[in-house]
Design a binder for this molecule. Sequence first.
Ligand SMILES: C[S@@+](CC[C@H](N)C(=O)[O-])C[C@H]1O[C@@H](n2cnc3c(N)ncnc32)[C@H](O)[C@@H]1O
Length: 341
Amino acid sequence: MVHPSEGERPLNHGDITSAGVWLTWRAAMERALYGEGGFYLRERPSRHFRTSVSASPAFAEAILRLLTQVDLRLDRPPRLDLVDIGAGEGTLVSRIHALAPPDLGGRLRITGVDLAARPPGLPEQIVWQSTPPTSVTGLVISNEWLDNVPLDIVEQTADGPRLVLVEVETGAERLGPPPGEADLAWLARWWPLRHIGQRAEIGRTRDEAWVAVLARMERGRAIAVDYAHPVDNRPACGTLSGYRDGALVAPVPDGSCDITAHVALDACAAAFQPCGGTSTTLTSQREALRALGITGTRPPLTLAHTDPGGYLRALARAAEEAELIDLDGLGGFGWLCQDVG
Ligand SMILES: C[S@@+](CC[C@H](N)C(=O)[O-])C[C@H]1O[C@@H](n2cnc3c(N)ncnc32)[C@H](O)[C@@H]1O
């Protein structure tokens, strides 16, 4: 971290100097990921990192089972929504479209929501748009969306928290002005800073993004799946990271890599203040998927003798399931489930 020299002109939320463009991290992420020619408007995410969706079709099958449960809870409404926020390449919605039984399929309206363009080859029955539908009855799923919602970063100083500014061309950092009132209140509640030099990622933008989705739910369940950390165990140095071509790289916000930071899902959960009856659960992907029948159990060895091909297929499937529920990997992700209505 490079600190500003004594008497240096204070920067606002962004500035252009002869050396380069300096922005708050929130503005820099917005521009790098979703601005003109931004990473997500240009790249196929699966080229750069693996998500539960790309890791195995077992994930889509589990979400379909969940959708069936939600359908029953809603007494099988005439129109059942499945909305995937941050749908990326449309893999999850395509798989569910292909797998849905006729009884469900006839009532199902599937919508992929992403700032990226409609993926080529997506079945025409699937709606693709850049904002969530205005009214949803059914299931909303967002897998690794919130970690890509831009956010600001602060560092604690002797005078309190200061926004971290970043030079977009290099990723170099320096301190800017203090955060505003709303961010300070969020920090005090969700990420208290105790030591000079400690950093925090202000998840208020994720809370707002999540609440905006829930506000569109008539009845049903909304689920956010993401890297998460709880209020009593936030990482002291933050989690901001870059990914490119399958590798972890320095988070330089020049549009050349994904930039992500883990999600305070507990804050997202609390941000939704429902007026009707709701329930909230926050659990791990391991627990959530095991409840949906994903166990990673290997096939019996006897199958290798009676049906060698079937044995190998079942073994491969067990390995995929094991990856989805591995607590040191995807299984350690948080699942925030909120029921509305
Ligand atoms: C890490 S990718 C996840 C893709 C997919 N859900 C998966 O699990 O493979 C995050 C996606 O969220 C999308 N995204 C980010 N902010 C968004 C927003 N405000 N509205 C819609 N999509 C958004 C990005 O364009 C990107 O495709």
